[in-house]
Structure formats: structure tokens, C-alpha cells
Design a protein around this ligand. Structure first.
Ligand code: NI
Length: 167
């Protein structure tokens, strides 16, 4: 197990398309374990493999208070979406930035679990938001890209200033 470095927006690697996992083998399970450890250490409630520089379609999520309900989504797709909701989101790749994003209120997903078994999940509320946020990462999309261009340029300026201060 290892805590992996998390790529920071606007790193170009966050904009790559993740590729599907062909076989859920031990290397995928090792990635899932490292991603979980990285997410818990951050701490965060969700992490996509692209955020740690891995091009595979793997997501981990844990929205529980006790941090003991790890969910793994391999090759996740949204097959149904309904309603709209607005949540203030953040992202481990965009530290210190929190912005309201509009998304579907309920989603149905199909994925594989860490043993390669297909499962469906119907989610709403924070879990639905988190799933959509992480699946966006697999499509090379960071949550700030849902915002207006003006907001995006303000965020980029703020992040550049932060990076100067921490160097
Ligand atoms: Ni994120």
C-alpha cells in the first residue's frame, strides 16, 4: 500500500481520457488499495485513477462519516440520470477551491467491483454528485470546467499564486 502523489489542476494529464480495464486482476486491486489509502490520507471522499497519473477507469469513493464504506467502481457508466441539484464541490486536484456545480440529482450506474463482478447502483444526493464528479475525471474533465470562463480564469490565477507561495 502506498499514498500516491495527486496531480494538480491544470496538469495536462488530468485531461486525458481514461481507458477501460480489460481484466480486473491483482494489479487493478493493488491500484484500488493505493487509491483508497491516498484518498483517506488526503483526506477526500472520492478519487479517480487519472488523478494519480494512472490511465485506467478506476474510481474509489467513501462518503461515510466513519470512513469505513469504501466503494470501488471499475469502468463505471451512467445509464440513467434524472432531476438536477446543486452542490458545493471541491477536488483533491484543485486544493482550496470550492464552487457550486449543477448536476443530475439521481443517477443509475453500471460498473465492475474489485473482483470483476458487474453491479448497478442507484444513487442520489452527495453520492450521486460524487459519482458524476469522479466519472468526469475519467473523461478528462475537472469540476471547475463546469463553471463560467471568468470563474475558471480566477481559479487559475488563485492556484498560480498558491503555488508561488508554497515553492
Ligand atoms: Ni475531483
Amino acid at each position: 500500500m502506498a499514498v500516491l502523489p495527486i496531480l494538480r489542476y491544470p496538469d495536462e494529464r488530468l485531461h486525458r481520457l481514461a481507458r477501460p480495464v480489460v481484466v480486473v486482476d491483482e494489479s487493478v486491486r493493488a491500484l484500488v488499495r493505493d487509491m483508497a489509502e491516498t484518498m483517506y490520507a488526503a483526506p477526500g471522499i472520492g478519487l479517480a485513477a487519472v488523478q494519480v497519473g494512472d490511465p485506467r477507469q478506476v474510481v474509489v469513493i467513501d462518503i461515510s462519516e466513519a470512513r469505513d464504506e469504501l466503494r470501488t467502481f471499475i469502468n463505471p457508466v451512467i445509464v440513467e440520470a434524472a432531476g438536477t441539484c446543486e452542490f458545493e464541490e471541491g477536488c483533491l486536484s484543485v486544493p482550496g477551491i470550492y464552487e457550486t456545480v449543477r448536476r443530475a440529482a439521481r443517477v443509475k450506474t453500471q460498473s465492475l467491483d474489485e473482483r470483476g463482478r458487474p453491479f448497478e447502483l442507484v444513487a442520489e444526493g452527495l453520492l450521486a454528485v460524487c459519482i458524476q464528479h469522479e466519472i468526469d475525471h475519467l473523461h478528462g474533465r475537472v469540476f471547475v470546467e463546469h463553471l463560467s470562463r471568468l470563474k475558471q480564469s480566477r481559479i487559475l490565477a488563485k492556484l498560480k499564486k498558491q503555488q508561488r507561495l508554497t515553492m
